[in-house]
Design a protein around this ligand. Structure first.
Ligand code: ADP
Length: 396
């Protein structure tokens, strides 16, 4: 069974082709800078063979045609109609979608209708899905939502303390994101620890360019740090995470910031980048080693915010079986893991500096021998999870 996973953005499409029978990635790649003269497409096969194209790619339609041509060159696929299914990553499923869903016209309209909640993502997903439907001729398409795993949040956790009417009329509430990743790593962690998933309690930390924490109780998400958008919660590469909303009124009054400028400020100019001028944790590590004070401050703020959420979610869960680190930073940055876990002995969290001091390509326990809470580094694989969920929808 061959499943293609597509992640369509406004100017790029990421793709991965899976052979589900062999549990293998056959190829992965990306079409970038769609709509510009500098567009590029690249495909790398499982055997590390590269195929690429550099030419202006004006539309998503041309992007998928280019991807298709690279697949044909690689010999892996002659046409998209040979696929068994296409799984689409969709960022916002709102309150409409709580499970992976076979796409028909009404589902497509549902995703489009949620564009006001995810203006940067959902419209681009719709274009990607429509193009894939057109070019793959009859191949089933499945939408897998970043928000779906968090649909089990209790109301007291997902409501904001705003007038109730805003929830009813405009669906203002916490949705949470990175659900595919939190679900994947928590299932993997439970299996690793031999705990049935429905009894498993964990705090999952997805630390990449975007960062989020999730409290999982009995295999269900019961709280998560991102909110109505992926801006709330932990400090991120360029996003502020939590702050006092009054700062926005103040900036508007004092400096005349517009809504669009505030949006850019909070989403693109804040977080690690806002504090030290860099949003790449590897480079921040090098800056810290050279004694850069702002890099050190950014790192400490980043770790401190995560630690506060670990404390809060320990209180929410009562019993914590595992603390999970994942994402580019969570999987690779041992210094950050040490900083987050420092002084959490009272919560049962204690990590072994020797086992922690490595980059982890497979599930790696890093807790001390008798620690009540298992601390695990679990590499995430959102594309594989989307492929598996797509397959599950087909065989239902
Ligand atoms: P995305 O959220 O875009 O999928 P990733 O999960 O790839 O991002 O994470 C990107 C982050 O991971 C960047 O801040 C990057 O610097 C960091 N990172 C990747 N490798 C390392 C490493 N070896 N040490 C520290 N940080 C790393």
């Amino acid at each position: 069974m061959k499943i293609l996973v597509l992640n369509s953005g406004s100017s790029s499409i990421k793709f991965q082709l899976f052979d589900m029978n062999a549990s293998q990635v056959l190829a992965s790649g990306m079409v970038e800078q769609i709509g510009e003269s500098t567009s590029q497409a690249k495909l790398t096969t499982h055997a590390k063979e590269d195929f690429s194209a550099s030419k202006p790619i004006a539309t998503h339609e041309e992007a998928l045609e280019t991807m298709n041509a690279l697949f044909a060159q690689s010999g892996l696929l002659n046409s998209l109609s040979e696929l068994d299914a296409i799984g689409h990553r969709v960022v916002h499923g709102g309150e409409l979608f709580s499970t992976p869903t076979l796409i028909d016209q009404s589902v497509l309209e549902g995703i489009r209708g949620l564009s006001a909640l995810a203006p940067l993502h959902n419209p681009a997903h719709v274009v990607g899905i429509e193009t894939a439907i057109k070019q793959s001729k009859g191949v089933p398409q499945v939408a897998v939502f970043d928000t779906a795993f968090h649909r089990t949040l209790p109301q007291h956790a997902y409501m904001y303390a705003l007038p109730y009417e805003l929830y009813e009329s405009l669906h203002v509430r916490r949705y949470g994101f990175h659900g595919t990743s939190h679900h994947f790593v928590s299932k993997s962690a439970a299996a690793h620890l031999n705990i049935p998933y429905e009894n498993f309690n964990a705090i999952s930390l997805h630390l990449g360019n975007g960062t989020s924490a999730t409290a999982i109780q009995g295999g269900k998400s019961v709280d998560t740090s991102m909110g109505i958008s992926p801006l709330e919660g932990l400090i991120m590469g360029t996003r502020s995470g939590d702050l006092d909303p009054a700062i926005l009124f103040y900036l508007h009054r004092e400096k005349g910031y517009t809504i669009a400028e505030l949006d850019t400020l909070l989403n693109k100019q804040s977080g690690l980048k806002g504090i030290c001028g860099n949003n790449d944790m590897r480079e921040i590590g090098l800056m810290i080693d050279k004694g850069d004070e702002k890099a050190t401050l950014a790192f400490e703020m980043f770790a401190y915010r995560i630690k506060k959420y670990v404390g809060a979610y320990s209180a929410v869960l009562g019993r914590v079986d595992a603390l999970i680190f994942t994402g580019g930073i969570g999987e690779n940055d041992s210094r950050l893991r040490t900083k987050v876990c420092e002084g959490l002995g009272n919560l049962g969290i204690s990590i072994d500096t020797n086992t922690n001091d490595q980059r982890c390509k497979v599930i790696t326990p890093i807790h001390t021998q008798n620690a009540p809470v298992a601390t695990l580094v679990v590499p995430t694989n959102e594309e594989l999870e989307i492929a598996q969920q797509t397959q599950a929808v087909l065989v239902k």
